[in-house]
Design a protein around this ligand. Structure first.
Ligand SMILES: [Zn+2]
Length: 311
């Protein structure tokens, strides 16, 4: 049997909220989203799903701390399995808090995967599929300010993919299509459809034991910071991406995990994050290993267990 792989699609700022007029997840036709939840819209009313190859449940993102959850501590928790809001004493973000850096250094998911599956000659066991423009590297280095995921990559020696990777089809643009690279960054990269981006991610994931892709326009549009696209537009675009991904995914071999760090876009009546639980989808081989995950701390340990038991 071929080696299994875990693919995490991390969506920033997607909670499970009430199905009402303020919730674009219930107000928009999103067939691929619904396919991942047994035909139900992604809301607080969705019934949990539990099968050997398919799981869906709401998980807690508040981490036992008052106040609105933030990305710095939420993502650090998600990608280490350690409650980083507890370490800091409160929610913090969007960038990683200095007190969580030792935990990120030793516990981050990329490092854990590499400890299980050493990189062989020419292969990388862990991958971060997002492509970053030259401007990102110069800015981050100048300010010495990295996001949780890019910091984890640097700490684990996981390559940050570049414009060259994007051109070669080895990485995905953050907006899925590459339009923003052309319009806002002035980079002459090819534009692809969202479905092609989904197919590309499935292909990248087959090359690695663990792959992460991060999508943050859901959070941005929830904060009201996207000038030219509505939340419905963003979710429909993401739905086409999931359709391409689900069509191409080999669920006998690949396990897709979809989750988030905190709520936001599911309630457009406020521009802030929310206290809503976030979705946890596990789709494919090993999905049932995620049935005991109840909050953000459980995702990385379950991913690790999946790879440890099936290697
Ligand atoms: Zn946010």
């Amino acid at each position: 049997m071929p080696e299994p792989s875990v693919l995490v699609v991390f969506l920033d700022g997607v909670g499970l909220g009430e199905a009402d007029a303020h919730n674009p997840l219930s107000e928009t036709y999103l067939p691929a989203f619904e396919q991942m939840v047994d035909g139900q819209p992604w809301t607080a009313d969705a019934a949990p799903v539990r099968g050997e190859m398919h799981l869906f449940r709401p998980i807690d993102a508040t981490l036992g701390k008052d106040g609105l959850p933030q990305s710095g501590t939420g993502q650090a928790t998600l990608f280490t399995g350690t409650n980083c809001a507890k370490i800091v004493g409160h929610h913090f973000g969007p960038f990683p808090h200095s007190e969580t850096k030792p935990v990120l250094e030793t516990e981050n998911v990329f490092r854990k995967v590499k400890a299980l599956r050493a990189d062989d000659d020419g292969t990388e066991s862990a991958a971060f599929a997002n492509a970053y423009p030259p401007r990102f590297f110069s800015h981050a280095e100048e300010q010495d300010r990295w996001t949780v995921t890019t910091l984890c990559c640097r700490m684990a020696n996981v390559r940050l993919r570049t414009e060259d990777d994007l051109r070669a089809g080895r990485a995905l643009p953050a907006d899925l299509t590459g339009t923003a690279w052309r319009e806002h960054l002035g980079c002459d990269v090819p534009v692809i459809s969202e479905a092609e981006a989904g197919q590309r991610l499935a292909a990248v994931s087959r090359e690695h034991a663990f792959t992460l892709f991060e999508y943050y326009l859901t959070d941005k549009v929830g904060h009201g910071r996207l000038a030219d696209r509505s939340a419905g537009d963003v979710l429909r675009s993401l739905d086409r991406f999931f359709e391409g991904l689900l069509d191409t995914l080999d669920t006998e071999r690949q396990l897709l995990i979809v989750t988030s760090d905190h709520g936001n876009v599911e309630d457009l009546s406020v521009k802030t994050h929310t206290l809503a639980p976030v979705p946890l989808v596990a789709y494919g081989r090993g999905a049932d290993r995620f049935h005991s995950v109840h909050d953000l701390t459980g995702v990385t340990p379950a991913a690790r267990k999946t790879l440890a038991h099936s290697g």
